[in-house]
Design a protein around this ligand. Structure first.
Ligand code: NAP
Length: 320
């Protein structure tokens, strides 16, 4: 099969398209004919060897795919050959075939395209579980989303909107406004403007979904009202926000760490339930992340570079 191979950690420019053996599913696994694989922030981390999970070389990057089950391990009965699925992978997605754990492989409704599914597997499950299991977002609440222009941020904006929240989308630059407003945000807040406001002028919120951390995180914690819930999802801005116990206590606020790994390894039942809600939201038109589609695996290094230097306008989905 054709795949994008990482022979050495570091420069994404050194990734190469090559031929490699098609894997064979073992117990608990399925083999997926990949119809769409999305390029993500985590690809950048794993190629740079900065992901929390080490990926020994040589390996094939790619964590989120959609396609059709073509064979299964002997004990997998609930995903028969021919089932259309979206799957979360440790890696191996940027290829014509990918192995997935059955508990990380989810049927997708007929009306959801492979590219539409692949573009939301990782970022969508992250945002969905952050909003439901951690923030317990209710209709009518004020939801502040950091990194609202990114994949996780866009999913949080759109899913939060679908859950009936009033969505405040925080971005680094006003040029990102149109995209987040198109996703259903009620209000756009630029980090620099927020930082320049008097404390009393900053809008209040009930829930924060934060994939960026850093100075935004510090402001966002302070913007939470009584019983506010702050969900730490990532540190795209480079630094975890400092959290002071006293700032939580005085307003009954709480802080949650959220990582998909926990659900993948400890609560696959909750992951599967989240995937059902996620793909229903896509099928019902409540969630659609803009993406550019290309057939060429060789275009992935450039996309990873675009994620690294923050110049990528849309997610890139490859149909290999
Ligand atoms: N907890 C989990 O299980 C989980 C799962 C998936 C991803 N993540 C993490 O979530 C984060 C976002 O992932 P993603 O897929 O949304 O990535 P993405 O699509 O590349 O988006 C990155 C976002 O971070 C912003 N950003 C990047 N560098 C920044 C900086 N120096 N200062 C402020 N903002 C910055 C970008 O803003 P601009 O538009 O201004 O560039 C963009 O909004 C990453 O840290 C990733 O590792 C966590």
């Amino acid at each position: 099969m054709k795949a994008l191979i990482c022979d050495a950690h570091g420069d994404p420019g050194k990734l190469r398209v090559g031929e490699t053996e098609t894997p064979v599913p073992g117990p608990g696994e399925v083999l997926i004919a990949v119809e769409a694989t999305a390029v993500s922030f985590v690809d950048m981390l794993m190629v740079a060897d900065k992901h929390q999970v080490h990926h020994p070389v040589p390996f094939i990057p790619g964590m989120e795919v959609a396609g059709t089950v073509v064979s299964t391990g002997p004990d997998v009965t609930h995903l028969p050959e021919g089932t259309r699925v979206g799957a979360l992978l440790k890696d191996g997605g940027h290829a014509q075939f990918a192995l997935a754990k059955a508990y990380e492989t989810f049927p997708i409704p007929d009306e959801v395209s492979a590219a539409g599914a692949a573009s939301v597997v990782l970022c969508g499950l992250t945002a969905e579980l952050a909003l439901t299991e951690h923030a317990r977002l209710s209709a009518g609440e004020r939801l502040l989303v950091g990194g609202a222009s990114g994949a996780v941020g866009q999913c949080a904006v759109q899913l939060g909107r679908a859950m009936g929240a009033r969505v405040q989308a925080a971005v680094s630059d006003r040029s990102r406004s149109d995209a987040v407003l198109a996703g259903g945000a009620d209000e756009v807040l630029v980090y620099e403007d927020l930082a320049g406001m008097e404390r009393s002028e900053r809008p209040r919120c009930d829930v924060v979904i934060d994939p960026v951390g850093g100075p935004f995180g510090e402001l966002a914690i302070d913007m939470m009202d009584w019983s506010g819930r702050y969900v730490i999802v990532g540190f795209a801005g480079g630094k975890a926000p400092p959290i002071k116990g006293a700032h939580l206590l005085i307003k009954n606020r709480s802080v949650h760490g959220m990582v998909l790994g926990h659900y993948r390894w400890n609560r696959p039942d909750l992951l599967a339930a989240s995937a059902r809600r996620l793909f229903s939201a896509v099928a019902e038109g409540q969630l659609a992340i803009p993406h550019d589609i290309t057939k060429d695996l060789a275009s992935i290094p450039e996309a990873i570079d675009g994620i690294r230097n923050r110049s990528l306008a849309h997610r890139v989905v490859v149909t290999p």
